[in-house]
Structure formats: structure tokens, C-alpha cells
Design a protein around this ligand. Structure first.
Ligand code: ABT
Ligand code: MG
Length: 148
């Protein structure tokens, strides 16, 4: 089953948007298989955003991402990588469509509240960068007994 790495960035945590954001992925029907509150080290942040190493915004990006706790998560489901990116919206929140997380909740490209892996391969790398295998749970949702 396909998995993606999502992380609520320090601004999303500080603004109290954790429940709102997680709720959207639950409501959509994706399955949460890993989650932790973690303040990234510079080393972890630099590895995570390694592709942007040469970009002018890199140092500021690493400062931001290490500035406070993030909610790091792994979500599972059919087509979850692309679907989560769609639900998150464009990188610059001013271009994100209303109805997307960034379109509804953010205004600044450097403070865009959530990260989502951009491809299945990237997701695999990011999940193993942020999580140990034993921190992930394979489980089968059992809805009926809870609602009858
Ligand atoms: P992430 O999910 O954080 O990777 O964002 P996304 O994939 O939508 O966009 P990319 B291009 O990967 O941006 C990484 C972070 O860099 C910030 N950024 C990006 C800028 O601050 N200025 C820029 O010009 C660009 C292109 C936005 C992303 N994160 N934050 N915070
Ligand atoms: Mg990206």
C-alpha cells in the first residue's frame, strides 16, 4: 500500500492547526500509520531539504524548520502521495486554491504550515529519514463495532 510523509511545520503547530490538518486526512479516508512531535536537528532538516541546498532560501528554510516542534506523520492509502499534495495546495499559499490546506490557512511561501512528499520515491526516502521501522504501525481499521 502506498505511503507518504507529511509534516505539520513549526508554524502550523504554533498556530494550533494540528487538529484541523490531521482531521482533513482522516476525513478523506487515509490511514495514519506513524506520528510523533519532533524538533528537527539542523542535520535532519538539511538532509530533508537537501535538493534545495544551493538555493538562496536554504539557510532561512533550515532555521525555520528547526525553530520548534513539528508533527511528523506517515499516512497510507491508495494514491496518497499525489492526493495529499493536492489537498495541501501550491507551494506559495497565495497561489493555492481555496479548499486546500495552504489555500485556506496560510499566506506566506516561507511559512506554508505543512510538508508533503512530492513523489512515491521521495516518500520512501523521507519516511526512512524521519522514522524507524518500529515506529510505524500496520493496522486494519475496524469501524463497525465502534458505531453500532
Ligand atoms: P515542502 O512540502 O515544504 O517541500 O514544499 P513544496 O514541496 O510545496 O515546495 P518546495 B519547492 O519543495 O519548497 C521547499 C520549501 O522552501 C520554501 N521556499 C520555496 C521558499 O521559501 N522560497 C521559494 O522560492 C521556494 C521555491 C517553501 C518550502 N517550505 N517552507 N517552509
Ligand atoms: Mg518539496
Amino acid at each position: 500500500m502506498e505511503r507518504t510523509f507529511l509534516a505539520i511545520k513549526p508554524d502550523g503547530v504554533q498556530r494550533g492547526l494540528v487538529g484541523e490538518i490531521i482531521g482533513r486526512f482522516e476525513a478523506k479516508g487515509f490511514k495514519l500509520v506513524g506520528m510523533k512531535l519532533i524538533t528537527a536537528s539542523r542535520e535532519l532538516a538539511e538532509q530533508h531539504y537537501g535538493v534545495h541546498k544551493e538555493r538562496p532560501f536554504f539557510a532561512g528554510l533550515v532555521d525555520f524548520i528547526t525553530s520548534g516542534p513539528m508533527v511528523a506523520m506517515v499516512w497510507e492509502g491508495n494514491g496518497v502521495v499525489a492526493s495529499a499534495r493536492k489537498m495541501i495546495g501550491a507551494t506559495n499559499p497565495l497561489n493555492s486554491e481555496p479548499g486546500t490546506i495552504r489555500g485556506d490557512l496560510a499566506v506566506n511561501v516561507g511559512r506554508n504550515i505543512i510538508h508533503g512528499s512530492d513523489a512515491v520515491e521521495t516518500a520512501r526516502d523521507e519516511i526512512s529519514l524521519w522514522f524507524k521501522e518500529e515506529e510505524l504501525s500496520a493496522w486494519t481499521p475496524c469501524l463497525t463495532p465502534w458505531i453500532v
